[in-house]
Design a protein around this ligand. Structure first.
Ligand SMILES: [Zn+2]
Length: 99
């Protein structure tokens, strides 16, 4: 009788886990849906950080542009390697190296 009770308990646990699996899938669907929003945010981030900026193929090109800007009165520019297009962009806002 004790063992039968245990197996009933195990069935309950198995059922509980199956329901958890169902929940996992629900979370999965929810996550996939919010990724759509995340994709749009990412696109906006990319636009700000990359698409709308001048792109330089090499660091030397970017530095040359910075020097040119400095000559024309725009100082304080820095360049950074773009994580999106792997070119170089200029920024007047210092960024952390990981950005
Ligand atoms: Zn870029």
């Amino acid at each position: 009788m004790g063992s039968r009770k245990r197996s009933a308990q195990q069935r309950k646990i198995a059922q509980f886990k199956a329901e958890l699996g169902g929940l996992d899938d629900l979370y999965g669907r929810e996550r996939r849906r919010s990724e759509g929003t995340e994709e749009r945010r990412e696109a906006a981030r990319r636009h700000r950080a990359c698409d709308r900026k001048n792109r330089y193929a090499t660091r030397a090109d970017a530095l040359e542009a910075i020097a040119l800007c400095a000559e024309h009165g725009t100082g304080g520019l820095q360049c950074y390697r773009c994580a999106y297009c792997h070119g170089w962009h200029l920024t007047s806002h210092p960024q952390s190296p990981s950005a």
